[in-house]
Design a protein around this ligand. Structure first.
Ligand code: PEP
Length: 244
């Protein structure tokens, strides 16, 4: 299994920001590196990293292949721009755009049809964790958000506790291990290659906590928001994953 360090730039970055990725180029590493910039930067980023072992992805796609959906992008359009991955079901999409598990699954299916690898995000809110519902919430999101036909080759699962995103707070190592173990169990129960799916942890991953998180069983990489915006932060996270 090839570990994956994925950066989610969210609604940050302009053409000038492309310089940040230069520090990630030219390295010989075992893990895979992915940047998901705003859609406006996908094509210029692909052009800038041509021939380099860094992949580019989208942050969302529409479930339909084309049509009257002003402002949306089809998975095939992301692929046409050079994307290889797309994030679906990020908690900010689930909250800001009222996306439910069924719509996330439809987007993942669209991604697969366009030849993209879908990064399906799941995660509990703080109230759900405090209420002891975490594993039930994760099981429900996995069952509803990952479409039939998913494989280890076309799907990555990211566990992102909503309360850990952008807050500087993280679950403790046992809590991450518990959820990642449960995700692994659900995937192996449902898919023949469930053992081979890459499981990412996401939520306030920083250079200072990356190595510790990457040592947790069933953590096969990270989805990184804020710390992916600057190479000075993201490069050490990538290095920690490569060394794990
Ligand atoms: C994210 O939004 O996917 C994320 C993990 O953000 P951050 O690393 O900033 O918590």
């Amino acid at each position: 299994m090839r570990k994956l360090a994925a950066g989610n730039w969210k609604m940050n970055g302009t053409l000038a920001s492309l310089a940040e990725i230069d520090a990630l180029l030219g390295a010989d590493r075992d893990c895979e590196v992915l940047i998901c910039p705003p859609a406006t930067l996908i094509h210029p980023m692909v052009a800038r990293i041509a021939g380099e072992a860094v992949a580019v992805g989208g942050q969302d796609c529409h479930a339909e292949a084309k049509g009257a959906h002003t402002g949306d992008l089809a998975a095939a359009q992301l692929a046409d721009a050079g994307a290889e991955y797309v994030i679906v079901g990020h908690s900010e999409r689930r909250t800001d755009h009222a996306e439910d598990d069924a719509s996330v699954a439809a987007k993942a299916r669209a991604a697969h049809q366009a030849g993209l690898t879908a990064i399906v995000c799941v995660g509990e809110t703080e109230a759900q964790r405090d209420g002891g519902e975490t594993l039930d919430v994760i099981a429900r999101q996995l069952a509803g958000s990952i479409p039939d036909g998913a494989t280890a080759g076309n799907t990555v699962v990211a566990y992102e506790p909503v309360w850990a995103i952008g807050t500087g707070r993280t679950p403790d190592n046992d809590q991450i291990a518990e959820v990642h173990g449960a995700i692994r169990g659900a995937l192996t129960a449902r898919f023949a290659d469930g053992n081979d799916f890459r499981l990412l942890y996401g939520g306030s991953v920083k250079p200072g906590n990356a190595a510790e998180i990457f040592a947790i069983p069933n953590v096969n990489g990270a989805l990184v928001g804020g710390a992916s915006l600057k190479a000075a932060d993201f490069a050490p996270i990538v290095a920690a994953l490569d060394a794990a």
